[in-house]
Design a protein around this ligand. Structure first.
Ligand code: AMP
Length: 441
């Protein structure tokens, strides 16, 4: 199967070839024809499945098939975070490079005036976070009467972040006749209710079983005392020769503390979370991508939308409070058909959270241990696999050889291809955060 056999135009096929994509990913194979047909779509898809191209490519084609001359926007894409919005907009710009389509991105935390100027010039595709979009609407900087296609990207996360009221306000302002596309990694009752009110006889697209992590990700659990976690993490990073590892903490302070301790241990690390300025976040991410920083420590919200190529290793330093976040976190590895490893350091007090996660993903994760780091406080768990200290020792472990940025295996199932123009983060500013309680402490 190829992108052209899905009915995409020569310009769009050329743009995907520029990215080194050879074959459509499973979600693209299903979503592209559905969107092209003009139907509403409800897709269960995590990041890393290629979902962005899955909706962007066909919607660009629909715009081109039916040119208009108004001021727009004709397509509205809503995303939960500034990082994701910026990234989706990068994709729109890349895929529309051979088309006259104009696009822009708006989000909070940065000056509103330049965004107003962009909107005044007119555009086809607008990518926005809900809060800033409402601010712009209230200041008469944007109108919605020409919107033909609405995309809600990572809808579950938008609801988690408390955007439902803004979303409902925006929905009420859109023309009644339009195409709606809803993408969500998980489908809670709240999402289903939103979908029922929004979508008209949608095509349902699902690539992985609901709420299960991608099969390409190897997962394991290391029961360990809380006080030993930092030392164990340092050891794992060193012994396995990990050059690029994304580590999750529950809180911003936890992220800062861990970063400092790793640095004291001689392991380069940087933190990325909601208290950091956009400049600091962008710098940390760039350093991480370039291999100057070995460990990027992130909170859930900050990590959302990060697209780091072929990230081999994700570590949960602490488990998330919300089981769905586990699926999001480990989705940062094993992207675009690559295999990845996700391991969790779990202390006795996190037993309940682990049970919740295992219920959600419907499997018990193998338990591992490292000599000298066996927990003194028992984890109330039934270990399935026997402890296997040899797994965590010695060099040449998996995931070691991939610290170099820019090596891009960009095909789902084909051979790796090159990628041009592939920056995904730029110096964009911040977005007003709606739900600080998710990054508390
Ligand atoms: P997403 O799930 O949209 O965040 O995309 C995950 C990653 O896969 C991004 O880095 C995309 O550039 C990449 N990607 C998307 N479609 C393809 C494809 N057909 N072949 C190879 N890589 C892809």
């Amino acid at each position: 199967m190829s992108f052209s056999s899905l009915g995409l135009s020569e310009q769009l096929v050329r743009a995907t070839a520029d990215q080194g994509y050879e074959t459509p990913s499973p979600i693209q194979a299903k979503a592209i024809p559905a969107v092209l047909s003009g139907r509403d779509v409800m897709a269960a898809a995590q990041t890393g499945t290629g979902k962005t191209a899955g909706f962007t490519l066909p919607l660009l084609q629909r715009l081109a098939e039916n040119p208009r001359t108004g001021k727009g926007p004709r397509v509205l894409i809503l995303a939960p975070t500034r990082e994701l919005a910026a990234q989706v907009h990068d994709s729109v710009a890349l895929y529309s490079r051979y088309m006259p389509t104009k696009s822009a991105v708006v989000f909070g935390g940065v000056k509103i005036n330049p965004q107003m100027m962009k909107l005044r010039k007119g555009l086809d595709v607008l990518v926005a976070t809900p809060g800033r979009l409402m601010d712009l609407y209230q200041q008469n900087a944007v109108r919605f009467n020409e919107v033909e296609i609405l995309v809600l990207d990572e809808a579950d996360r938008m609801l988690d972040m408390g955007f439902i009221r803004d979303i409902r306000k925006i929905l009420a302002l859109l023309p009644a006749k339009r195409q709606n596309l809803l993408f969500s990694a998980t489908f809670s009752n709240e999402i289903r209710t939103l979908a029922e009110g929004l979508l008209d006889n949608p095509v349902q697209v699902e690539v992985a079983a609901r709420n299960t992590a991608a099969e390409s990700i190897k997962q394991s659990v290391y029961p360990v005392d809380q006080s030993q976690k930092t030392a164990l993490l340092s050891k794992l990073v060193r012994d396995n020769g990990w050059e690029q590892v994304l580590v999750f903490t529950r809180t911003k302070h936890g992220a800062n503390r861990l970063t400092q301790k790793l640095e004291r241990d001689g392991i380069t690390a940087a933190a990325i979370h909601g208290n950091k300025s956009q400049g600091a976040r962008t710098r940390a991410l760039a350093d991480f991508k370039q291999g100057e920083v070995r460990v990027l420590v992130a909170t859930d919200i900050a990590a959302r939308g990060l697209d780091i190529k072929q990230l081999p290793q994700v570590v949960n330093f602490e488990l998330p409070n919300v089981p769905e976040d586990y699926v999001h976190r480990i989705g940062r590895t094993g992207r675009a058909g690559e295999s990845g490893h996700a391991l969790s350091l779990v202390s006795a007090d996190e037993g309940k959270m682990l049970a919740g996660i295992e219920r959600l993903i419907k499997k018990q994760l193998p338990r591992k241990s490292v000599e000298g780091f066996e927990p003194t406080n028992n984890l109330p768990l039934k270990p399935k696999a026997k402890a296997d200290p040899s797994r965590a020792r010695g060099r040449g472990g998996k995931g070691g050889g991939n610290g170099k940025p820019g090596g891009n295996g960009r095909s789902f199932g084909g051979k790796p291809g090159g990628r041009s123009g592939g920056r995904s983060q730029n110096g964009n500013g911040g977005q007003a955060r709606r739900s600080p309680q998710r990054e508390n402490a």
